[in-house]
Design a protein around this ligand. Structure first.
Ligand code: NDP
Ligand code: 8X3
Length: 254
């Protein structure tokens, strides 16, 4: 059997960890990335011992263009045959009305969610074009489809991810590269803890009185997308908890 290789960004927490485990279960060798070295190595050890696949951990910040280039350039030959790129690394920083916005938060979101995704894609896609084969899945958000109060810049970054996804699909049409996106609604990971700068009470309130999505739900979605026949491309999947109607309307238990 020809073992496939996946490159997944943001694999120290949340969706990334679940996706890494799922792809390993499906027999992929995986390149995992993130800034937190200790967590990255732990995920690598766990995945190797559970599934017996090869795991290459690369510790870097996707906001650093040279680090992204270096990470991809440093791949040994056999790791350069990337079949699947999952652009997952991302974050929200703060939730404030635009007139009170913290510009450092804005920079973090734009640099990570938009520029980081672009850097990684720019360095990985030529490896796919060379082989006329590959699949890119961008992790967007329901925030890329709708805007909600105080969501301003985070929503803008995810709208940008959707535009980039469409642009990739057009530009890569002749290269036999599939391009998909997943837009989750509220999912309980470290996302809200990061957004609220470590305030656990504020983070918990996001999921209070509902059953949110979890990281396994996103791994299920990835598995569905990548197991379609070669002639089928799943363009976009938007999924929410049953208790969520749009970005701001929830049916919460009191
Ligand atoms: P987590 O906070 O649990 O995980 C985020 C991951 O992104 C971590 O592995 C983190 O690694 C990585 N990351 C963040 N910034 C950087 C950076 N500058 N360089 C490299 N890696 C980085 O959140 P989720 O798993 O929930 O989020 C994953 C993606 O899903 C994000 O793009 C998010 O916007 C999106 N999303 C989340 C939803 C939710 O409700 N949870 C809903 C819709 C979309 P490290 O800190 O080690 O660098
Ligand atoms: C995360 C979902 O609605 O908090 O992308 O923006 S939301």
């Amino acid at each position: 059997m020809n073992t496939k290789t996946a490159f997944i960004t943001g694999t120290t927490s949340g969706f990334g960890v679940a996706i890494a485990n799922r792809l390993a279960l499906l027999g992929y060798n995986i390149i995992i990335t993130g800034r937190r070295r200790e967590r990255l190595d732990k995920v690598a050890d766990e995945v190797r011992s559970h599934y017996g696949v090869e795991v290459l951990p690369l510790c870097f910040d996707v906001r650093d263009r040279d680090a992204c280039r270096q990470a991809v350039d440093s791949l040994p030959e056999r790791w350069q045959q990337i079949d699947l790129l999952i652009n997952n690394a991302g974050l929200a920083a703060g939730a404030t009305p635009i007139q009170e916005g913290d510009m450092d938060d804005w920079e973090r979101m734009i640099d990570t969610n938009v520029k980081g995704l672009l850097y990684i894609s720019r360095f990985v896609i030529p490896l796919m074009v060379r082989r006329k084969s590959g699949h890119i899945i961008n992790i967007s958000s329901i925030a890329g489809v709708e805007v909600y109060p105080s969501g301003n810049v985070y929503c803008a970054t995810k709208h940008a991810v959707n535009a980039i996804t469409k642009g990739m699909r057009i530009d890569l049409l002749k290269e036999n590269i599939k391009v998909s996106s997943i837009a989750p609604g509220a999912a309980e990971t470290e996302f809200s803890l990061v957004r609220y700068h470590g305030d656990q009470d504020k983070a918990d309130a996001v999921y209070k009185g509902i059953v949110p999505l979890n990281a396994e739900d996103i791994a299920d979605t990835v598995e569905f997308i990548i197991t379609r026949p070669p002639h089928v491309n799943i363009n976009d999947i938007l999924l929410t908890p049953v208790r969520q109607a749009n970005t701001y309307l929830f049916n919460r238990d009191n």
